[in-house]
Design a protein around this ligand. Sequence first.
Ligand SMILES: CCC[C@H](O)CC(=O)SCCNC(=O)CCNC(=O)[C@H](O)C(C)(C)COP(=O)([O-])OP(=O)([O-])OC[C@H]1O[C@@H](n2cnc3c(N)ncnc32)[C@H](O)[C@@H]1OP(=O)([O-])[O-]
Length: 746
Amino acid sequence: MYNLPTNTKKWQFDIFLKKIFKKKTDAPFAQLLINVHPLPLFHVKSPIFLFYSASVRQGIVDSVKRALGDQKVKSVVICGQNGVFCGGADIREFGRQMSGPPLVPMIHDIEAANKPVVAAIEGSALGGGLELALGCHYRISHSKAKLGLPEVTLGLLPAAGGTQRLPRLIGVPAALNLITTGRHVTAAEALQLGILDHVTEHNTVDVAVKFALSVTGESLDGRRISSFSCAPLSDLDSLFEEAMLKVRGAARGAIAPVACVQAVRAAATLPYAQGMEREKELMATLFHSGQARALQYFFFAQRAVGRWSTPSGARWDTSQPRPVRKAAVIGLGTMGRGITVALAQAGLSVVAVETHAKQLMEAKKAVPSMLKRGAVRGGTTIEPDSITYSETVQAVADVDLVIEAVFEDMALKEKVFQQLSIVCKPDTLLCTNTSSLDVDHLASQTRHPELVVGMHFFAPAHVMKLLEVVYGRRSSPAAVATAMQLGKKMGKVSVAVGNCRGFAGNRMLKRYLEQAFFLLEEGATPELVDRALEEFGFPMGVFRMSDLSGLDVGWRVRKADGLADTSLTGTSARVRQGCRYSPLGDLLCEHGRFGQKTGRGWYQYDKPGGRVAKSDPWLHNFLDEYRARHGLVPRCIDQQEVLERCLFVLINEGFQILEEGIAAGPEDIDAIYVFGYGWPRHRGGPMFYADMVGLERVVERLERYHQAHPNVPYLQPSGLLRRLVANGSPPIHKWRNVIKNRNSQL
Ligand SMILES: CCC[C@H](O)CC(=O)SCCNC(=O)CCNC(=O)[C@H](O)C(C)(C)COP(=O)([O-])OP(=O)([O-])OC[C@H]1O[C@@H](n2cnc3c(N)ncnc32)[C@H](O)[C@@H]1OP(=O)([O-])[O-]
């Protein structure tokens, strides 16, 4: 405790604080309290911290004790510093031995206080921060503040009474929604829900202080949320059943949302003290779970991808992006339209070019309605004239950046880049949305190869969060930085990756698809493979996903690569370029089965464009005949083999990508897979999953499968994977050291 003269002014405390505490994290909470004597108010100012650490909690406990024990203090205001109330628990502390006072009794003591305690919320009140505010008797917030209980996104639940107080305050349905989704709400919505007592546009602390003084001495009986009962509901059972179905459907296999529903149910059905016990029990199971570890890893991984760098020395903090005000999109097929919408939504003026009159006409109709739907969803407005359409490439002469999104055909793309290089300003950035073609080759078609990068969007481009920014050998730091920043402006998670066939995401996906085809040859069915992957947590198995995206896309690429030759017979039908190959996808396409769009693919649909996949007896006969023709004896394949074959081979390719420096770190690959390919977030991404499973095990299984299938070279563990194991399988955050240092002994 620091004894300050009682006549110290508030600003003197700030100086005092700076003098004593050189490091932010050393400062306890308590020293800021005493300033308000002789005012009958105790002004608990949360320190320079955004998050609760042990010292912050200790500070609050000490401060509150002093405030309550001091007869001169009549009311207490709790606020943050630097415009932020509190972002909740310090996630980095979770993995360590917990020290300092726990939150639950701390909040309980605040609620039990016999002097009014007012939370003055600015910036964010999230997680434990909002739980602290719920323990206060009144909550006053600035209009720009955001509130929420995002614990579920970290694999946890709000275990400082959040699951018990929130339903008592705002009712079970609204609390279920906030707690199971973890969404942040604006102050306006929080006021409407009843979380806040008052919202102000003015200085929140001043307003809260005034308010706290005005309620001094009033009864607090009706202000302690733990003493409330949840508003009665007619059919509680069906409400919770529905909630359970919803959370199970939204994130298959995720345990935290389920525990959140169970905790809220306890609030609705049990007295407060028993509800708190249930909350504690449920939290105990979540706290040490692999899913919580995965989600907390992913929280930091998402932020790590923003600190990108390239082997040529371009970096997030030193490379200057160029301003982009006007952009163009070439080619208005599905991808081009989505990109046009994403750019317009980001506030850019867009020139949309399509040389085929019919396609242009269709795009002119489709794009505005996509924009309208987006605006309704996001509650935003769009300038209708921010997009101009043209049939000629000449229209892009004055734009700052072009994104080419024409058909995936190298000859066509070469032509477009040659034209752009002539038509555009010399400093215009030229980007390609190719999903696998050589960015360096396209750059070589232009006068300024340093201004060429890949911007690989994922369909639908205006919805999907992922953007792979592909730097070429000659891409300038400014070009990479501009593409990365533009991605961010469009609300994307931009991941910088090097140039190779398929970049990071599709290169890994290729191995995964191949294994799925091989499994069919060996006796599996699309249903069995998809079930295993969906139970793992993917929203769709590999075959349902192929049907959705169209089987013809991969077929065209394989044909261009000279692979899709179905005239071959005997053993050569199943071998290409010396490796095992499955022509199953090519054969299906030859039957006109392109997936959902033709009403037939790996499954059948009630009509072309239908969405409900049904098992197809034709397909099963086709597989039987195929196996018989090739002398393949079907065997029983279990879910474990499906997962190991499909996922470990994908992971192995990820290690190869890390080894080659195509991705800078495992976080990049994990972000790509979670945001672009539906990898379940509660499993952290493929590289984190490998760490969880154990690298030795991944190597052992890959070796075993490689022995069984020696003509599949990608089943051989990559050099980096072996090196990591040889280095004692360090945890994922240390892999970069091994990647950097080929001879590392860590
Ligand atoms: C008993 C149970 C108690 C309770 O129920 C459990 C909890 O409260 S669970 C917690 C519930 N709370 C949450 O889930 C809140 C999660 N946080 C957020 O939503 C946003 O960070 C916030 C809105 C606060 C600020 O957004 P912004 O302004 O765009 O800034 P930003 O996002 O870029 O972050 C800036 C830096 O802070 C770092 N960092 C962030 N949060 C935490 C943390 N809790 N801890 C540690 N570090 C954290 C972040 O990594 C980054 O570091 P770096 O090294 O610069 O990369």
